[in-house]
Design a protein around this ligand. Structure first.
Ligand SMILES: [Zn+2]
Length: 341
């Protein structure tokens, strides 16, 4: 029985471990972004919702095979001095002239990758190329969403410099997986971004300003826990793994207040705004004409239902999130881990 449970835990946990926003978070944010689009774009994106949600994590999957991928997901701002938020030029050429291309590549390029893919998506709209529109919509969304995670903007990206190893996946995976049911996921509609480069830098600045709280609230929550109540210890393939307990994750989440929810909502809103901006800059092609078959009444009805639930902030209660399965998988993994611990 113990062996069966161990295998089950390994299989299930492999399917839920991610690099950023957890796979679960990226997929939820991707779905939310579709609801914030203007009518002229919504039918197309809604028709392809399952694809967009599924491919929201493709850039993370590429990290395993492409050595050029990882640095596109973050920027370790402290590497550029203590006044980096004031001193870092937003444009790539100016930043490279100031700090050298090598240093920028070494410490991460997420804001510039967003700008680069923004250009590719705009061109895809201009060409009315459905495959490329979907491909670059998903990739662009992923990097925008990563930039909303505070620890994606810090050298101390896993709390490793302050004795808080494991903080990365606690904040961006375990917390939203555990608490999503309580979040209000309504956010603002897409807006045209007259300066996308400046916008993504705003995102990075907001995220970076939250880093001290991400770290200090963990320390604060830890005061009421011992190692035995804060962690569960599991062994996998001869390697010991420390996981945060549900009780500690809840205490940390409470200390953070609405931070995780707010960053998810902001990420969804920005994703939609970038998609919308690319569509406008790409000449506002008629996306309904790109659908291989006309919209059906059932599809329209379903979208209406989802939009209503999104506006009320109750997609979760209405069971309308495509990624809901992740919650139950996580619960199973934790249950099994507790049983075999
Ligand atoms: Zn990522």
């Amino acid at each position: 029985m113990r062996k069966v449970l161990l295998v089950l835990a390994l299989v299930l946990s492999c399917s839920v471990l991610g690099y950023s926003w957890g796979f679960f978070g990226h997929k939820v944010i991707q779905q939310l972004a579709i609801y914030a689009l203007p009518k002229a774009m919504q039918a197309f994106y809604h028709r392809h919702m399952a694809t967009l949600v599924e491919t929201a994590v493709r850039p993370d999957e590429r990290r395993n095979s492409d050595p050029e991928e990882a640095h596109k997901h973050y920027i370790d701002l402290e590497a550029f001095g203590s006044n980096v938020l004031q001193e870092m030029p937003e444009a790539w050429s100016a930043a490279a002239a100031k700090y050298s291309k090598d240093s920028l590549n070494k410490y991460g390029i997420v804001p510039w990758e967003v700008v680069r893919i923004k250009g590719l998506l705009t061109q895809a709209f201009y060409r009315k190329d459905t495959d490329s529109i979907l491909y670059y919509s998903a990739d662009l969304a992923h990097y925008i969403q990563d930039a909303h995670v505070p620890l994606h903007t810090s050298l101390n990206h896993d709390g490793q410099l302050t004795g808080q190893h494991g903080l990365h996946s606690l904040w961006e995976s375990k917390l939203p997986e555990q608490h999503l049911a309580t979040y209000n996921l309504k956010h603002a509609k897409a807006q045209y971004l007259s300066n996308p480069e400046h916008e993504i830098w705003q995102v990075v600045r907001e995220s970076h300003k939250l880093v001290p709280q991400v770290l200090s609230f963990e320390k604060q929550a830890s005061q009421n826990f011992t190692d035995a109540t804060k962690f569960t210890i599991t062994e996998r393939n001869g390697r010991t793994r420390k996981n945060y307990t549900d009780a500690f994750a809840s205490a940390y989440h409470q200390a953070l207040g609405t931070m995780v929810q707010d960053r998810m909502r902001a990420a969804a809103e920005r994703t939609a705004s970038f998609w919308y901006t690319c569509w406008v800059d790409g000449g506002k092609p008629d996306l309904d004409k790109l659908l291989s078959t006309p919209r059906t009444k059932t599809e329209n009805k379903q979208l209406k239902r989802e939009l209503k639930a999104w506006k009320k902030g109750n997609l979760q209660e209405k069971d309308l999130l495509l990624t809901k399965i992740r919650i139950s998988l996580m619960n199973v993994v934790e249950w099994v881990q507790e049983k075999i611990a």
